[in-house]
Design a protein around this ligand. Structure first.
Ligand code: GDP
Length: 302
């Protein structure tokens, strides 16, 4: 399934409600604008963005004399697109690069690490996977399976090891192997969220320090948040918390294949001013795609 198809399906509910708004007879009147604003606000993009989009569209419609449903649809898609942040540096293809994957359990971190490792190894990158989720034994096994499939080594330590020291070891190993892409999975659950954030902050610090001293020269470190799109507004709150604690570089939105809450992608991108680097559209190795804001907005508006 392609990106556009997957999105079209995922965004069906939002699109159907928008369709109702666009069925107006004759003139665009005050009711149309109120309906549009209500519909956008009820979606998952968040009230703030929704109101701004609706106001901007109203201005654009007045300025350009837009009256018909197709004209307004197109203008709406263009307005929505402006709320996404372009990718300046892709931490997966612009190597050397070390990427720390963070996010709550079940978001899809391990799967995403596996998918990216496969894709980038196939493109000729010298990839190493690190398993710094030392709480969940299943995460290490899962990564092993992905690593074997991709022909990529998985560096791991015993369950319960200090995750920051695992990251240090992973970079040592990457240094020895002359790897140019290091993908590190981290834990998603501790007893409390401040505890998790403290642990991850240490992981980020240690990783940055070690990565600055690679034999081949400094390796940039990116912190990428993986969010399950189905978590809706809750996903936005998670994103804010992770960003405040760790300073994120980008977002990967998973499970867009199975949700009608795709609008959350926009709320996160807008609120955090962060690019969406990839989207997950299924559980298989190829089900990870580059994010295209234009397609996304086209799918949302219909
Ligand atoms: P982690 O706890 O963050 O490492 O999450 P996992 O990688 O273990 O993923 C949790 C579940 O979500 C697994 O069953 C994955 O197969 C599934 N999953 C991950 N990404 C996607 C996606 O894009 N679409 C769908 N449908 N399932 C996904």
């Amino acid at each position: 399934m392609g990106f556009f198809d997957a999105l079209s399906r995922g965004l069906e509910r939002s699109r159907e409600t928008l369709n109702e708004v666009f069925y107006f007879g004759g003139e665009v009147d005050e009711d149309f604008w109120e309906d549009l604003e209500d519909t956008l606000v009820m979606g998952d993009m968040g009230a703030e963005v929704a109101i701004q989009v609706s106001d901007d569209l109203r201005d654009a419609a007045a300025k350009k004399n837009l009256k018909t449903a197709p004209q307004l649809r197109r203008a709406l898609a263009e307005q929505l697109e402006q709320h996404f942040v372009p990718i300046e540096r892709d931490p997966f293809s612009d190597t050397p690069s070390c990427v720390l994957f963070v996010g709550i359990n079940g978001a899809g971190k391990t799967t995403t690490v596996g998918k990216i490792a496969s894709a980038m190894a196939a493109r000729g990158k010298n990839v190493v996977i690190g398993s710094a989720d030392t709480f969940r034994a299943a995460a290490i096994e899962q990564l092993d399976v992905w690593g074997q499939r991709a022909g990529v080594p998985v560096i791991k330590r015993d369950r319960g090891s200090d995750p920051a020291s695992v990251c240090y070891d992973v970079l040592d190993e990457a240094d020895k192997r002359g790897s140019d892409l290091v993908l590190i999975d981290t834990a998603g659950r501790l007893h409390t969220s401040p505890e998790l954030m403290r642990e991850l902050a240490k992981v980020v610090n240690v990783t940055r320090k070690r990565a600055a001293n690679m034999a081949a020269g400094p390796m940039p470190v990116s912190v990428v948040l993986v969010i399950d799109a189905a978590t809706g507004q809750n996903g936005l709150n998670q994103a804010l918390e992770f960003n405040e604690a760790l300073g994120l570089d980008g977002i990967i939105m998973t499970k867009l294949d199975g949700t009608a809450k795709g609008g959350i992608a926009m709320a996160v991108a807008e609120k955090l001013k962060l690019p969406i680097l990839r989207v997950g559209v299924g559980e298989q190795v190829d089900d990870l795609q580059e994010f295209n804001a234009k397609d996304f907005c086209r799918a949302l508006v219909g």
